[in-house]
Design a protein around this ligand. Structure first.
Ligand SMILES: Nc1ncnc2c1ncn2[C@@H]1O[C@H](COP(=O)(O)OP(=O)(O)OP(=O)(O)O)[C@@H](O)[C@H]1O
Ligand SMILES: [Mg+2]
Length: 503
């Protein structure tokens, strides 16, 4: 259906794509795989008209095409779900979905009814039963991702590109998406699927294409290829998976939380978190699992002082009762939170890498009360090297880095505060297998050095690999706690499913 020949794309100082050749077949799901910064998103942006400026040739049904805009590409039947969410927060779900392609009545006014019912239909199909008039700002990242999918499905397209559509959603939503992909395949569409979750690729993809450093390395059928072989093609070598060694470690208490409650922001008689009590020991890694909407993010945010007006309960750190009224208090006390949404809460996108990293630790980069450039550069250099952040220099704007590398900057800026307690909300979202493994190693090492770590993840294998202990949440309450030796994926999932759903 589509053939790309010798595509090259250069940015100032970076060759993102270097003579890429590949093809997408009708009725097939093609997985495009590669490490962070390999060039996957750049290629997809060229194929969908975002970057009109590139070298090489694209053929659609054998005919050479050149897209000058996203609209051009759309008109030729190419839809894309972008990796970074592109929704407008203060417009409703419906307004976002129909932006630039509104339905009008014969009098030229907006046909709200028609748009509403179409939106409702799309959301139903995707199992997101939310009012189309809800502002996108009120949605969680995972829900926003579902809206992005709905946006791409609005118009019938021949080629549907999905750039990490599942990075923020949980397994049940992934299942819904896969049903939709299977239907699209049956309708003979070409689907391009990018994901760092390799297991997903084995479920859904027919073919794969590997990109490494902007070049096509290999393509072929998913059949007969195994997990390790795929990683070898991506990374160019084998990797040893990091895993927490189970021991009978005893941890002194670092964080103790008792009866933590959080009121709903609008419906004040309702609680988003109810009587949550748990502890995290020094040097302990506690994994926190739950489905979308279970309240995990709210829990971390509350501990970090983001909802102090609505919360109650007691928190002690290092045996001292603490009152965290704002994030500044939390930071002073030695707490750090790596947020779930890097674009909105994690980074100042227009600022460069080194400024982003030093933002949380300004006192460490000052000299006589002034910002010391050389200290800032040194701090950034250290993290760029430690976390293998792929950037031409510390002076590159954060928005120009690939998604996974942006995530590493967020991690760096919080590690730079040298916290006692590190809270991580989906820390490996959008991170490739190799880098993920590096991050696991780092987390294990930080715990060994005595840091207490509370990590929220929707990926069970991740929870199982690095935790000492697992907490499970559902509908705002803790439903289970188990030592990793006693934990199984089944037991964790069972505790995560809301009562109302399991009955
Ligand atoms: N607008 C830009 N300006 C400068 N460099 C850019 C720009 N966009 C991308 N790059 C660089 O091009 C390279 C490829 O980036 P791209 O986003 O395509 O990677 P990716 O394979 O999608 O990675 P990830 O898995 O992290 O999403 C990276 O080195 C990135 O820093
Ligand atoms: Mg990308």
């Amino acid at each position: 259906m589509l053939v790309a020949e010798h595509i090259t794309k250069r940015f100032a100082g970076v060759t993102a794509l270097d003579g890429v050749c590949l093809e997408f077949l009708a009725g097939n799901v093609t997985a495009v795989i590669g490490e962070n910064g390999a060039g996957k998103s750049t290629l997809m942006k060229i194929l969908s008209g975002v970057y009109p400026d590139y070298e090489g040739q694209i053929r659609l049904h054998g005919k050479p095409v050149r897209f000058n805009s996203i609209r051009d590409a759309q008109a030729c039947g190419i839809a894309i779900i972008h990796q970074e969410l592109n929704l407008i927060p203060y417009l409703s779900i419906m307004e976002n979905i129909f932006l630039g392609r509104e339905i009008t009545t014969r009098w030229g006014t907006l046909d709200q009814k028609a748009m509403q019912s179409k939106t409702r239909e799309l959301l139903d199909k995707l199992n997101l039963p939310i009012d189309p008039d809800t502002l996108v700002a009120e949605l969680k990242v995972g829900q926003q991702q579902v809206v992005e999918v709905a946006k791409a499905l609005l118009v019938e397209s021949e080629i549907i590109i999905m750039d990490e559509p599942t990075s923020a959603i949980t397994e049940s939503e992934v299942a819904v998406l896969f049903t939709i992909i299977n239907n699209l395949r049956r309708e003979n569409k070409a689907i391009v699927y990018i994901s760092h979750k390799l297991d997903e690729l084995f479920t859904i993809a027919d073919r794969y294409v590997v990109l490494r450093d902007g070049k096509t390395i290999e393509s072929g059928s998913m059949q007969g290829i195994d997990h390790d072989a795929l990683i070898r093609k991506m990374v160019g070598r084998d990797i040893n998976t990091a895993r927490r060694k189970t021991t009978d470690r005893v941890h002194d208490a670092l964080l103790t939380v008792e009866n933590l409650c959080l009121k709903h922001p609008v419906r004040l008689q309702e609680n988003q978190l109810r009587n949550i009590s748990f502890r995290v020991g020094r040097g302990e890694i506690v994994g926190l699992f739950g489905l979308m909407g279970a309240g995990r993010t709210e829990l971390l945010e509350t501990l970090f002082g983001l909802h102090s007006k609505r919360s109650s309960g007691t928190v002690s750190l290092d045996g001292q009762l603490v009152r965290v009224k704002a994030p500044a208090d939390a930071i002073r006390l030695g707490m750090a939170l790596v947020p779930e949404d890097r674009k909105k809460d994690g980074l100042v996108l227009g600022m460069d890498v080194q400024t982003n990293i030093s933002l949380t630790a300004l006192e460490k980069v000052e000299r006589a009360g002034l910002l010391s450039q050389s200290k800032e550069v040194a701090l950034a250099k250290q993290y760029i090297a430690d976390l293998q952040i792929k950037t031409p220099s510390g002076k590159q704007a954060a928005k120009n880095l690939s998604g996974g590398n942006q995530q590493k900057i967020v991690l760096s800026k919080w590690l730079a505060t040298h916290p006692k307690l590190l809270m991580l909300d989906e820390p490996t979202r959008g991170i490739d297998v190799n880098a993920k493994n590096e991050i696991y190693k780092l987390i294990l090492q930080l715990a060994d050095e005595g840091m207490g770590i509370l990590v929220v993840s929707s990926e069970l294998p991740e929870i199982m690999a690095i935790s000492d202990r697992v907490l499970v949440m559902s509908e705002g309450v803790l439903t289970a706690e188990m030592a990793i030796q006693d934990a199984s994926e089944d037991a964790i999932l069972k505790a995560a499913i809301p009562k109302s759903m399991s009955e």
